[in-house]
Design a protein around this ligand. Structure first.
Ligand SMILES: *Cc1c(COP(=O)(O)O)cnc(C)c1O
Length: 429
């Protein structure tokens, strides 16, 4: 098989023995990545094959991950593919948001329409498929919410037990509900994702758990296929920028790897610049790049309403740093207020998403204002999660006095007329 795991640390670079997957380098503890001895490919022929598969009724062809299986050849013939028809998400033009943020030419790649409502499904189908081929019985993760929903769904499908560690009262009700609905066992532990994750990592070996957090390199493989799908949707014309929110930095790492491989394999000439946007209260990666430091300084008590990116110690920062180097990328940091504004502007285009996803558009605006992104640039923002993942956030932002759009009236005609009078007379509400 042409796939193997290798340590990303330059001083180490140890190739791991095939056999049981470890999540970190057995020699130096560094992050691992999946590498392939790709045989030469004919890009035109493969593009045609990928396109043709969209017409197929086969589940592996309908999946936006497995349709591009030549880019992730770690599966052996006969392996069972655990898929829920993930991927194939829309690319939507957002004129108002583009005007607000730039003006730039803005489209969004909406990963929130995946089976469990976030981009995590792309990585999870790959990772659970790998676990299945290794006869794994119990998978586990720590999560800010979406990884849990996704893991629980794919584990259920594979017939595995799913164990999840979440920070106490720090994840949205919808995400927790999904995990429970799919049969996961949930342990609420610690006040932050980082704390829950640390405990899980320490217990994983002892309890014989297969970790599916984004340090699992197979997650990255599934997630990187978004780049191929995106390019295909654009007729293989790369945008100037691809923008993602940054939490644990798995997605940024995956997109960087995807871009690099597509370039090396001859599918694209130009490499778009990767932009990572963090929330101000949880921005260790932003600080690292701003200060041009060599080691990440964690944020001990990460704070942001965008709970999906409330992470102070991003496990994949070294991979993400490399992705920035490969793509001449940028990092920005935005306040919760800026995130809320961006989310509202997207909503005015009819596009709903999670707060963390809206951070991308807020970041574009800030970078444009600073002159780091040029006006009228061609930009794709990756919207990572579905609007309904965090309705508490929406209600918090609309139920206060500031919002004049949540009215209440006594149940009489007169009272209803009265509350509607001013809004109906206004040009907009
Ligand atoms: C997981 C998640 C992120 C952060 O992705 P990382 O790969 O951890 O950087 C952003 N937005 C949403 C909605 C997520 O679920």
């Amino acid at each position: 098989m042409p796939a193997y795991l290798q340590c990303i640390e330059e001083v180490c670079g140890e190739r791991q023995e095939p056999g049981k997957d470890s999540h970190l380098c057995l020699r130096c503890g560094g992050l691992l990545e999946v590498k392939y001895d790709f045989s030469p490919m004919d890009p035109d022929e493969l593009r045609h094959t990928w396109h043709q598969r969209r017409l197929s009724g086969e589940p592996v062809d309908r999946s936006g991950v497995w349709r591009f299986r030549e880019l992730i050849p770690f599966v052996s013939p006969g392996d069972r593919i655990i898929s829920l028809s993930e991927g194939s998400t829309p690319l939507i033009g957002t004129r108002r948001a583009g005007w607000w943020a730039g003006p730039v030419h803005l489209t969004v790649k909406h990963q929130g329409v995946s089976p469990t409502g976030s981009f995590k499904d792309l990585g999870m189908t790959a990772c659970i498929t790998r676990a299945e081929s290794r006869d794994v019985r119990t998978v586990a993760c720590a999560s800010t919410g979406n990884t849990s929903s996704s893991m629980a769904a794919y584990a259920a499908r594979a017939g595995m037990k799913a164990l999840l560690f979440v920070p106490y009262r720090q994840i949205s009700a919808a995400k927790l509900a999904q995990a429970l609905d799919f049969g996961a066992l949930v342990v609420e532990v610690g006040d932050t994702f980082d704390e829950a994750f640390r405990l899980l990592r320490e217990l994983a070996g002892e309890l014989d758990l297969y970790l599916v957090n984004s340090i699992n390199p197979f997650r990255i493989e599934g997630q990187k296929t978004i780049v191929a799908e995106l390019m295909e949707q654009r007729g293989w014309r790369p945008p100037d920028y691809i923008v993602v929110p940054g939490g644990n930095l798995g997605n940024a790492s995956a997109i960087g790897k995807g871009l690099r491989e597509l370039k090396e394999l001859g599918f694209i000439e130009k490499v778009p610049r990767l932009v990572v946007v963090q929330a101000e209260g949880a921005n260790p990666f932003y600080r690292l790049t701003k200060e041009d430091a060599t080691e990440l300084v964690p944020v001990d008590t990460p704070q942001t309403e965008a709970t999906a990116i409330r992470i102070g110690r991003p496990a994949n920062w070294k991979k993400a740093k490399r992705a920035l180097e490969w793509t001449q990328g940028l990092v920005e940091s935005v306040s919760d207020e800026e995130i809320a504004q961006a989310k509202a502007v997207l909503a005015s285009d009819g596009v709903g998403c999670e707060p963390a996803s809206a951070a991308t558009v807020a970041g574009v605006r800030k970078l444009c204002q600073a002159g780091k992104i040029e006006r009228h640039a061609d930009i794709v923002c990756v919207l990572t999660g579905n609007q309904l993942k965090d309705t508490e956030y929406i209600m918090r932002h609309h139920a206060d006095e500031k919002s004049s759009r949540l009215l209440r009236a006594e149940p009489t005609l007169e009272a209803v007329r009265r509350v509607l009078e001013a809004p109906l007379a206004a040009r907009a509400w």
